[in-house]
Design a protein around this ligand. Structure first.
Ligand SMILES: [Zn+2]
Length: 282
């Protein structure tokens, strides 16, 4: 469905509510079209308020490194920058399939720096932050691969800024979903960090997903395969979706399939307060 159809849908909901006469108490109809939302408030006298169309929730995907900066180099020579970009492309495709608008920081082989830059890394990181801030996303997911002197170490791990409760929730959600989707990745837990540049220079909830260790030859091999990358991507997407879906008395404010909200749902004043507290206008 296109954006211009949202007002039509909002009116359809309004008409439906009036037709069935469910207006004896304050009622909120929550409509989700992809990640845009139309919220309609009804009052005790049965008069509907103005439908509020909420902003689309963009997801920024950041493929770490690129160009002159290969990131970690695997035991068999796999370059982190290449795996990062492959996984980000797959993530973008899957998230768009699930209805989320996506913005990529790095879109090709090269990083976000100019050839003549005196400090390419600094320019690259500053441009990533700029890209993220301009997109004003609901969340940002930065994709990296890990490396460690002990070749036995393996598994995906999600990092969040230690001062961010939202970041922690997002990290825990993605870590759990990866564990479910890719059990062979191990039992690592999400981890707080206070130094990573992107974590400390951005304002949205952001996580860094280290998908695996290129220093572990078995994991390096897996990370180059389409099937393993797809499993990791499914895990990350499931984690993102469960983070974005907010439940109040069984009413999910986001990530709800359109068909599930054919009928407006009555919610209590407490739920409305909870929805508002989570940052949505009701
Ligand atoms: Zn990296």
């Amino acid at each position: 469905m296109k954006k211009w159809m949202l007002p039509t849908v909002a009116f359809a909901i309004l008409f439906f509510c009036m037709a069935v006469g469910k207006l004896s108490q304050r009622t909120v109809a929550v409509y989700n079209e992809n990640v845009s939302r139309v919220v309609v408030t009804y009052y005790d006298d049965g008069e509907p308020g103005e439908p509020v169309i909420l902003k689309e929730q963009v997801i920024v995907l950041d493929a770490g490194h690129g160009g002159w900066d290969p990131g970690k180099v695997g035991v068999s020579g796999t370059l982190e920058k290449d795996i990062n970009l492959q996984i980000v492309y797959r993530l973008a495709e899957e998230l768009e399939k699930r209805g989320y608008p996506v913005v990529l920081t790095r879109t090709g082989e090269k990083g976000l720096y100019s050839d003549g830059a005196t400090n390419k890394k600094r320019e690259d990181m500053a441009n990533r932050v700029k890209c993220i801030e301009e997109a004003a996303p609901a969340i940002t997911v930065s994709i990296h691969q890990n490396s460690y002197p002990d070749a036995g170490v393996h598994g995906a791990q999600v990092f969040y800024y230690e001062g961010s409760a939202e970041g922690k929730m997002l990290a825990a959600s993605i870590q759990k979903a990866i564990r479910e989707q890719v059990p062979q990745s191990g039992e690592r837990k999400e981890k707080a960090n206070k130094d990573y540049y992107l974590l400390t220079h951005t304002t949205c909830p952001i996580v860094i997903v280290e998908c695996g260790f290129l220093s572990n030859s078995a994991e390096e091999k897996l990370l180059t395969t389409e099937s393993y990358q797809e499993s990791v991507v499914q895990g990350i997407c499931n984690g993102i979706e469960s983070y974005l879906s907010y439940s109040a008395e069984g009413v999910s404010v986001s990530a709800v399939p359109v068909a599930a909200l054919a009928e407006p749902t009555a919610v209590s004043a407490a739920s409305i307060a909870a929805i508002e507290a989570s940052g949505f206008r009701v």
